[in-house]
Design a protein around this ligand. Structure first.
Ligand code: FES
Length: 652
C-alpha cells in the first residue's frame, strides 16, 4: 500500500499505517513495548518517543523532518508544565504523516530492563504484578441502572482489555466518592491476577494519579531480615534496610528455635508475633527512608528458610525438627498482607517463593532464580553458605539440590576467638613465609597490622576477635605455611619454625594477636578451632561432592558463592582448605545476597514467579542424611584440602 511505513527501534518492529495514525496506536498494533498509564489521553507522559530524521541505511529509508505531525496543544501544555526533553514527542499525540523511524527510549518501555550490578547474570525485565490504569467511567443514568463498580469494570474492559476484574469491600467503601470527585475519571491500581486469582482493584484515586506504587522484597533470615523497597513503575530500589530478627532472643540458631517451640506452650506463637513485629518495624523504616506512605506498598515477596517460613506464617515448625522433615506446604503461597498482620496497604498481595525441600527453603529457590543454573550452558555449583549450606548443581539439562549442616563456625561461632563480622573483627590474614608470624586487617580499618599501620588500626577500631572469613584465611594460611598439617594438627614451635606457636594443654595453639599488655584480648587459633572449621568445610564440600556424584561428574565449570559470607570470603583460601571443589580461581565468583536478588526478581516480574515454581518442581532433591556416600566424602574432606581427592588446579 501507499500508507507510510513506521519502524520502531530498538525492537525493529514495522508496519504501514494510514496518515494520521497516532504513534501509540501503531505501537500497540505492532506489539511494541510503549508504556501508557492514561490510555493515550496526554496526561501520564509515559508514552514519550524520539522520532529520527535523516537517512537510515540499515532500514533503507529516508525520514523527512515532517514525518510526524507537529506538537499539538496537549504537548505544548505538557511542556509548559513539566518540560518535554528536546526531540521528544508524546506517542499518543504525535501522528504519522510519512515514512518514519521512531525510537522508544528505555524509560518509555513497559518491560524495561532493570540494572543489575553483576554483568554476568541474566537481566531483570520489569513486569510487575500490580500496575496503574487511568480510566474514563461512564456516568450513571436513569435509563441504564447499573452499579458504579459495573461501569468501572466495563471501562477497564473497553479501555484496557481487562476482563473479569474484582474489588475488595474496602474499594466499595470509597469508590463512589472517588468517582465523583474525579469527575468520572479515576486511576486504579490493579493486581493483574495469576493462576489462582482474578485481576483485583487494589486502590482507586480520583483523576490522574501522578505518583507511583511500591513493592517490597524481603529476605527473612534467622539472624537478620533484609529488604529492598522498589518502585513498581521503574523497578528502582528506592530504599534498602535490615534489622536483626527479633526471634534471636528465643534461640540463636534454627534448631534452638524449633526446640523452643517444642518446649513452650505457645512458643511458636510468641516467635510468630516477634518476627511479624520486626517486619512491621522494618517496613516503617523503609518507608520513612524513602519518604513515602506505607499504604503505597501494594506487593511483597518473601524468601526464607523452611523454619522461618513456618514461623512467619504462624505454622508450628515442629515437623521440621524431626525426620522426615515434612513441610506444611512446599508450594508457592499467594496471600494478603493482612493475613500476616503487615502494616502495608490493606489489600497488599504477598508472595512466598516455593520451598525446595524440608531443609532447602524458599531462600534457595530465590538463589536458583537469581543465578539461574537451569539456563546455564556450563555446569555451575551454587553454594549459599550459612549455618545450613544450601547447594545447587546444574545446567540446562537438570538441577540438583541438597543442604548440608555446616553449623555456625563460618559465622565465627564455636571458635575460641570467633565473632560475628563487625568492626574490630579480623577479616584478612597473611602469614609471613619466613618469620611465620601473622599480619592482619580488621573490619573498619584499611590498615594492615604491620609496623606502620598496626597502632593506627587498633586505635581506630580495636581488635576484638576473628570473623568467619578471617578464620578461613587464618586456617588456610596456617596450612600453606606448614603450621598445620593436612589432617589438621598444629605442629610445635620447633616443627613449624614459628614463634607464634605455643603449647596449649595437650595440643598447640597459634597466637594471632596479644593485646593483654594494654588490657586487650589475646587472640589465638586453637587446635579445636581448626577442628571446627574442618567439620564445617567437610560438610559443605561433601554436600557439593555428593551432588557431583549424582550428576556423574568429577569437576564443575563454575562455582558461585552466595550469601553475605560468600561475598567476603577469599576464594583462594576457601580452596586451599578444600571447602569448595577444585576449579580455576577466576571461575569462582561471589553473588552477594543472591536470595535477596531472587526475591527482587519475583517482585518485579510476575512471570518469574511462574518460572521459579516450574524450576523448583523440576529440581532433584538429594537428602544428604540418607546417602551413605555422604559420610565417606565427609571423612575424606576433613583433611585439608582432602585426604583422597587431588586438587590439580589449586596445586598448579
Ligand atoms: Fe499517557 Fe500519552 S499515553 S500521555
Amino acid at each position: 500500500s501507499d500508507d507510510p511505513l513506521v519502524i520502531f527501534t530498538p525492537s525493529g518492529k514495522r508496519g504501514r499505517f494510514p496518515v494520521g495514525t497516532p504513534v501509540l496506536t501503531a505501537a500497540r498494533q505492532l506489539g511494541v513495548d510503549l508504556d501508557s498509564v492514561c490510555g493515550g489521553r496526554g496526561i501520564c507522559s509515559k508514552c514519550q518517543i524520539t522520532p529520527g530524521y535523516g537517512e537510515f541505511s540499515k532500514h533503507g529509508v529516508t525520514v523527512e523532518a515532517d514525518a510526524l505531525s507537529e506538537w499539538n496543544s496537549v504537548e505544548a501544555r505538557y511542556d509548559e508544565k513539566r518540560g518535554l526533553k528536546a526531540g521528544r514527542r508524546l506517542g499518543c499525540q504525535a501522528t504519522v504523516l510519512k515514512d518514519v523511524i521512531i525510537d522508544v527510549p528505555a524509560e518509555s518501555q513497559v518491560h524495561k530492563q532493570v540494572v543489575r550490578k553483576r554483568a554476568e547474570v541474566r537481566a531483570i525485565t520489569l513486569n510487575p504484578s500490580t500496575k496503574l490504569f487511568y480510566v474514563d467511567v461512564q456516568q450513571p443514568d436513569m435509563h441504564d441502572p447499573s452499579g458504579d463498580l459495573e461501569r468501572l469494570r466495563k471501562a477497564l474492559l473497553e479501555q484496557w482489555e481487562m476482563d473479569d476484574v474484582t474489588a475488595d469491600l474496602h474499594i466499595l467503601h470509597v469508590m463512589q466518592k472517588v468517582l465523583r470527585k474525579g469527575d468520572w475519571k479515576v486511576t486504579v491500581a490493579v493486581h493483574l491476577g495469576d493462576n489462582e486469582h482474578k485481576p483485583r482493584i487494589m486502590h482507586i484515586w480520583p483523576g490522574f494519579y501522578d505518583g507511583t506504587i511500591y513493592g517490597v522484597a524481603v529476605d527473612l533470615g534467622s539472624t537478620t531480615i533484609a529488604a529492598h523497597l522498589c518502585d513498581l513503575q521503574t523497578g528502582d530500589v528506592v530504599a534498602s534496610s535490615g534489622v536483626m530478627n527479633p526471634q534471636i532472643r528465643f534461640g540463636e540458631d534454627l534448631m534452638s528455635r524449633v526446640s523452643y517451640s517444642m518446649m513452650n506452650d505457645r512458643g511458636a506463637e510468641e516467635m510468630t508475633l516477634a518476627v511479624r513485629e520486626g517486619m512491621c518495624g522494618l517496613f516503617t523504616q523503609l518507608a520513612s527512608e524513602a519518604g513515602i506512605d506505607k499504604q503505597l506498598i501494594v506487593d511483597a515477596v518473601f524468601v526464607c528458610n523452611p523454619v522461618m517460613h513456618h514461623l512467619f506464617l504462624g505454622i508450628d515448625p515442629f515437623e521440621l525438627g524431626q525426620a522426615p522433615f515434612a513441610l506444611a506446604t512446599s508450594n508457592a503461597l499467594r496471600l494478603r498482607g493482612r493475613d500476616l498482620d503487615l502494616n502495608i496497604h490493606e489489600s497488599a498481595r504477598v508472595y512466598f517463593l516455593p520451598c525446595i525441600a524440608g531443609h532447602v527453603g524458599a531462600d534457595a529457590a530465590a538463589v536458583a532464580l537469581s543465578e539461574s543454573p537451569h539456563l546455564s550452558d556450563d555446569l555451575v555449583l551454587v553454594v549459599d553458605v550459612g549455618t545450613n549450606a544450601e547447594i545447587l548443581l546444574g545446567n540446562k539439562e537438570k538441577v540438583l539440590a541438597c543442604s548440608s549442616p555446616t553449623g555456625p563456625a563460618f559465622e565465627g561461632a564455636q571458635i575460641s576467638s570467633g565473632q560475628r563480622a563487625a568492626p574490630g573483627a579480623i577479616e584478612r590474614v597473611e602469614i609471613d613465609p619466613v618469620s611465620k608470624l601473622p599480619r592482619f586487617k580488621v573490619i573498619g580499618s584499611d590498615l594492615w597490622s604491620d609496623e606502620d599501620g598496626f597502632d593506627a588500626a587498633i586505635a581506630q577500631t580495636g581488635v576484638t576477635g576473628i570473623c568467619g572469613s578471617g578464620i578461613i584465611e587464618m586456617v588456610a594460611e596456617m596450612r600453606m605455611h606448614g603450621i598445620v598439617d593436612a589432617p589438621g594438627l598444629i605442629g610445635t614451635a620447633e616443627q613449624t619454625g614459628s614463634a607464634a606457636v605455643f603449647a596449649d594443654g595437650r595440643t598447640n595453639s597459634y597466637r594471632v594477636y596479644d593485646g593483654t599488655a594494654e588490657g586487650g584480648p589475646m587472640i589465638t587459633v586453637t587446635n579445636r578451632d581448626i577442628r571446627e572449621i574442618q567439620m564445617a568445610k567437610a560438610a559443605l564440600y561433601s554436600g557439593a561432592r555428593l551432588l557431583m556424584d549424582k550428576f556423574g561428574v568429577d569437576k564443575v565449570d563454575r562455582v558461585v558463592l552466595a550469601g553475605a559470607f560468600g561475598a567476603h570470603i577469599s576464594t583462594k583460601h576457601a580452596m586451599v582448605i578444600g571447602m569448595i571443589p577444585d576449579a580455576p580461581l577466576d571461575k569462582v565468583t561471589s553473588a552477594g545476597n543472591a536470595a535477596g536478588t531472587g526475591a527482587r526478581i519475583a517482585l518485579l516480574n510476575r512471570e518469574a514467579r511462574i518460572e521459579i515454581e516450574e524450576i523448583v518442581r523440576n529440581i532433584h532433591k538429594i537428602e544428604t542424611a540418607i546417602e551413605p556416600r555422604f559420610q565417606e566424602h565427609f571423612v575424606n574432606a576433613s583433611a585439608m584440602p582432602n585426604a583422597v581427592e587431588p586438587f590439580p588446579i589449586l596445586n598448579s
